[in-house]
Design a protein around this ligand. Structure first.
Ligand SMILES: Nc1ncnc2c1ncn2[C@@H]1O[C@H](COP(=O)(O)OP(=O)(O)OP(=O)(O)O)[C@@H](O)[C@H]1O
Length: 284
């Protein structure tokens, strides 16, 4: 990483961002060679009141790749995910220290509007949470609240296609999103998240409430989405992390990041006994 930065206007962002020359922090991954860093954590600590949940996290998340966060329950995976779009701001007890940069700009700087940030960083949760609205309105919702210009019919169709749901719902767009199956609801939530064209897509255990067939569809979808989005996924399922991610971050108890590397390396040649014990199921 160099200190040289340049101002660029990101067409998908309302505010100018500082883009860092990341040529030296290029992440080579299995999904087609080198890429740029989009999200970079520098020495991030998170506390809930006096209890420390994350301890000195530093890592660089590559563009248009899938990065998985794995680790035992309570090690801080979701907390880290929520640092990226400042969802921890909504938790009174939470305090974040350190820097969380997106394309070089610290999202905790005073001049960053968290609402604008969350437009650039979409999120999909564990439990599908469509609004009690029609399928169409679920996807169009983000466009409406942002007063986005454009042909909504076209954007809704495109988003549903990208979320691999269009064929199943194209004849019932004006029925309730709540009438879909769990797996379809989750793909609807993904369509809703991508309709506003975010740069980063955060997914917090997006398949853990789904059956194996629906899970497999979500995994295929994540693989496809990585062509266009930078995906960061929290998962409890190590096979899933191994199947779908390019990079894997292993968090262990105490909120420590103990390994961050290409997924293949983490699973085939872990750097420490602790990580090996975790991924081979000896604990956690
Ligand atoms: N809102 C909160 N208030 C207080 N403590 C919290 C809050 N959210 C999380 N914590 C604590 O922070 C630590 C990390 O929690 P977090 O949910 O980030 O872990 P996780 O690795 O995502 O766990 P899981 O896999 O079980 O979802 C835990 O000790 C948890 O109890």
């Amino acid at each position: 990483m160099t200190d040289e930065t340049q101002q660029t206007a990101d067409p998908r962002s309302e505010e100018p961002i500082v883009e860092t020359d990341v040529s030296e922090s290029v992440a080579g991954t299995g999904r087609g060679g080198p890429t740029r860093t989009v999200v970079e954590a520098r020495d991030v600590d998170v506390y809930y009141n006096d209890v420390q949940a994350l301890d000195g996290i530093s890592l660089a998340i590559p563009e248009n790749r899938v990065t998985a966060m794995i680790g035992p329950s309570g090690c801080g995976k979701s907390t880290f995910l929520r640092c990226i779009n400042r969802m921890n701001d909504l938790i009174d007890a939470a305090r974040v220290e350190g820097e969380l940069r997106i394309r070089g700009k610290n999202v905790y700087d005073d001049d960053v509007d968290p609402v604008a940030l969350r437009r650039r960083v979409g999120m999909v949760f564990q439990k599908p949470n469509p609004f009690p609205k029609s399928i169409y309105d679920n996807v169009a919702y983000g466009l409406e609240i942002q007063d986005k210009e454009g042909d909504y019919d076209e954007i809704v169709e495109e988003s549903l296609k990208r979320a691999a749901l269009w064929d199943e719902v194209k004849d019932k767009l004006h029925t309730s999103g709540l009438d879909l199956s769990g797996g379809q609801q989750q793909r609807l939530c993904i369509a809703r998240a991508i309709a506003t064209d975010p740069e980063v897509l955060l997914m917090d255990e997006p398949a853990s409430a789904l059956d194996p067939v629906a899970t497999s569809k979500i995994e295929d979808l994540i693989d496809d989405l990585a062509g266009e989005y930078t995906v960061v996924i929290v998962t409890h399922n190590m096979q899933q992390a191994a199947r779908i991610s390019d990079k894997t971050a292993v968090f262990l108890t105490g909120g420590e990041l103990v390994e961050f590397d290409d997924t293949e390396t983490v699973f085939q040649n872990p750097s420490s006994q602790r990580v090996e014990d975790y991924i081979t199921g000896k604990f956690g």
